[in-house]
Design a binder for this molecule. Structure first.
Ligand code: HEM
Length: 214
């Protein structure tokens, strides 16, 4: 039986992966025909990982349909018994310290903070949900590319949104260096994004079963 290793180093059995693969394909097809839902599903993946309160049982988010990298993560994080309060998620008006508090708590690091923020290449801000801001982050909010980082280093463009937490990435030398790299090199952005997204999605994951006699 085939086995594979999750990012956390666990071995996962083949039947389980087959079921997940089916769910992943269904989700991919659904999103391919309904691209406009991809940003919200991606955002949900972040909220899910950040709060440990929702299920990934039916497969993982795949952003591939918007032009992003394929992310071979192994779903199966258990639901937490209690929903955490929304203070566990970043506040868009927060500063660098706030971002680090939130992401470090999730087990993520500086590179993860910057590269995952690149998900704001997709989607938009809604003024009813995020008072004071309204509009997409980039020119083409359904295309996954490195335009978020390119735009971040330029002057504000009327109609496009930069949240205080987006701008904060330029305020600290370590974070700013990653912004620069990803603005200049889309391939590195995709590679690092796939790694960090996998890491984020597998937080708290323990595989259901292992048939390997280690
Ligand atoms: C760094 C800290 C982050 C902050 C403070 C933040 C905050 C926000 C806010 C305020 C919005 C607008 C919500 C609305 O008005 O509908 C938004 C949208 C979005 N966020 Fe983030 N976010 C962060 C990181 C992330 C990460 C790590 C991901 C995924 C990996 C992500 C994916 C998205 C997506 C795809 C949207 C667009 C959703 C839509 O179009 O409805 N964000 N984010």
């Amino acid at each position: 039986m085939a086995h594979t290793q999750s990012g956390s180093g666990h071995i996962v059995d083949g039947e389980y992966l087959k079921q997940i693969e089916g769910a992943r394909r269904d989700l991919h097809n659904l999103l391919k025909d309904n691209k406009q839902f991809a940003p919200i599903v991606l955002r949900l993946a972040f909220h899910d990982a950040g709060t440990y309160d929702a299920s990934t049982k039916t497969g993982g988010v795949n952003v591939e349909v918007t032009g992003g990298p394929h992310i071979p993560f192994v779903p199966g994080r258990p639901d937490a018994p209690n929903q955490q309060d929304s203070g566990a998620l970043p506040n868009p008006n927060g500063d660098v310290k706030h971002l680090r508090d939130i992401f470090y708590r999730m087990g993520l690091n500086d590179r993860d903070i910057v590269v995952l923020s690149g998900a704001h290449t997709l989607g938009r801000v809604h003024k009813d949900r995020t008072p004071g801001f309204d509009g997409p982050f980039t020119e083409d909010p359904l295309k996954f590319d490195n335009s978020y980082f390119i735009g971040l280093r330029k002057a504000d463009t009327p109609g496009l949104v930069k949240l205080p937490t987006d701008k904060a990435l330029l305020e600290e030398p370590v974070l700013r260096r990653y912004v620069q790299i990803y603005a200049q090199d889309e391939k590195t952005f995709f590679d690092h994004y796939a790694q960090s997204h996998k890491k984020m999605s597998e937080l708290g994951f323990n595989p259901p079963r292992c048939h390997v006699n280690a």
